[in-house]
Ligand binder design. Structure first.
Ligand SMILES: Cc1cc2nc3c(=O)[nH]c(=O)nc-3n(C[C@H](O)[C@H](O)[C@H](O)COP(=O)(O)OP(=O)(O)OC[C@H]3O[C@@H](n4cnc5c(N)ncnc54)[C@H](O)[C@@H]3O)c2cc1C
Length: 435
């Protein structure tokens, strides 16, 4: 995947930039795009050998539909992300899959989670209450409780006894509608990267930043080898990079914005693994269900599955979130565990089931040193009604990320909103203006 390739363009090293953006995920790229559009000279420094971060779309063959290894869905109708999608001419299709349970070889309609969430939404979680405590306190019967735990861990990526109950209730309404991009989320990354190049911005890959310091003249950004200077800087890396010490690959800011330190205590990095199986033909349990269905098998290592709607290129996506991921960390183990679950769901031996599978795709963002988790969840006990800003700091050093919007925490939408609004603030402050 070329994650560690180093490609620092000479033009980036030469300097003369108004703003340096650290991190070329969707948040950093949206910020850089907004800055370049506003007339600022921008350089983006990215630690990997590719832009996109936790958006990672691969194409098995030129004519085949893309495979998402990271983000796939747009939850709700986030205005900044939808505006960007329109600008990039990214086609979106609604996701309206029905939910089924597969147990003991039988498929039946799944418990309606909206009923459970609706009931809990009316409850008022107390300070510090975890999702699991909320379920017990509001007397969910064990069957509903099991489904609720399955939802919390699968969707929010943290253990139900650590995820804040208040955050679950707060975010429940945002997740009501969903859409996806049939041409792949990566098309948005390609669009933004091309726009930046056309605008004369610099994009340096394989450039892992260790420190960012504010000086009298602006900012100094350092990787292991080089030093870059600019009038201002936007840091757009995952939350875990602020939680890890520098000697273990974290990033150090001088001075550290207090809101980042607050967010680092309030959120933890959750785990999620998705494994895509490209199939030779639709398998029996998939063929019997409406296209795009979600299939739940609560006791399995991979308890959530969904099927593609294209019968010419049939696929199944296996999903596992929260503490179960820690047991099967790493791409090889995750792939093997997904295949083992697949064989059990099919009621076949591993060898028989393997015969249905053309290829297996997975990237584990939990062990990936430049993400160190899939997405953040709000921690019970550290949750708060205090509203976080959309980004942290003040010019010349701003920090953005998917951990600043408590209503949409851990989403592409939150990262885009944070990035664009930080860029507008810098442009308005005069720190990003060309002389
Ligand atoms: C498996 C999975 C499924 C997901 N599903 C969805 C979904 O369906 N819908 C949704 O909205 N969200 C989803 N998400 C979450 C979503 O991907 C993220 O919230 C979003 O992509 C965050 O964007 P970002 O730019 O803030 O961070 P990132 O995409 O992580 O980008 C940060 C960039 O900074 C770089 N970086 C890190 N440290 C350094 C350093 N020291 N120096 C230089 N560069 C550095 C990284 O390499 C990375 O490219 C999913 C995530 C995962 C892992």
């Amino acid at each position: 995947m070329g994650e560690e390739v180093e490609r620092v363009e000479p033009s980036v090293e030469k300097g003369g930039w108004d703003v340096i953006v650290v991190g070329a995920g969707i948040g950093g790229l949206s910020a850089a795009h907004e800055l370049a559009r506003g007339g600022a000279r921008v350089a983006v420094l990215e630690g990997r050998g590719r832009p996109g971060g936790r958006i990672l779309t691969v194409r098995p063959e030129p004519a085949a539909a893309p495979v998402e290894l990271g983000a796939e869905f747009i939850h709700g109708k986030p205005p900044e992300l939808l505006a960007l999608a329109r600008e990039a001419r990214l086609e979106l299709e609604p996701v309206a899959g029905r939910h089924f349970e597969l147990a003991g070889g039988e498929v039946r309609p799944a418990k309606d989670l909206n009923d459970v969430l609706g009931e809990l939404e009316r409850a008022r979680p107390t300070d510090g209450e975890s999702a699991l405590e909320l379920a017990h306190m509001r007397g969910l019967d064990s069957e509903h409780g099991r489904w609720f735990q399955h939802f919390v861990e699968g969707f929010h990526g943290g253990p139900a006894d650590r995820v804040s109950a208040r955050s679950i209730i707060r975010q429940a309404s945002v997740t009501e509608t969903q859409a996806r991009a049939p041409q792949g989320y990566g098309a948005l990354i390609d669009f933004l990267s091309a726009e930046l190049v056309n605008a004369g911005a610099g994009l340096a890959l394989g450039c892992r930043v260790e420190t960012v310091a504010v000086t009298g003249e602006g900012v100094v950004v350092r990787d292991g080898l080089r030093e870059y200077r600019a009038k201002a800087c936007i840091v757009a890396v995952p939350l875990a990079m602020f939680q890890a010490p520098r000697e273990l690959g974290g990033i150090e800011l001088e001075p550290p914005p207090p809101e980042v330190q607050f967010a680092a205590r309030r959120f933890e990095s959750g785990l999620a693994l998705r494994v895509t199986l490209r199939l030779v033909e639709p398998v029996p349990f998939q063929a019997a269900l409406p296209a795009g269905s979600f299939i739940h098998a609560l006791d399995e290592d991979f308890p959530t599955w969904w099927s593609s709607s294209d019968p010419k290129d049939p696929r199944l996506v296996a999903w596992c979130g929260g503490p179960r991921c820690a047991k099967i960390a790493g791409e090889r183990r995750a792939g093997a565990a997904a295949l083992a679950t697949f064989a059990r769901l099919m009621g076949q031996t591993l060898t028989e089931a393997r015969g249905f599978v053309r290829d297996v795709y997975v990237h584990d963002f939990g062990v990936d040193q430049l993400s160190r988790g899939a997405y953040p969840y709000e921690l019970a006990g550290a949750d708060s009604e205090v509203e976080l800003p959309i980004f942290a700091g003040s010019p010349p050093l701003l920090v953005i990320g998917d951990f600043f919007d408590a209503d949409e925490v851990g989403t592409v939408a939150a990262a885009v909103k944070s990035g664009t609004s930080a860029a507008r603030t810098l442009l308005g402050s005069g720190h990003a203006a060309a002389e």
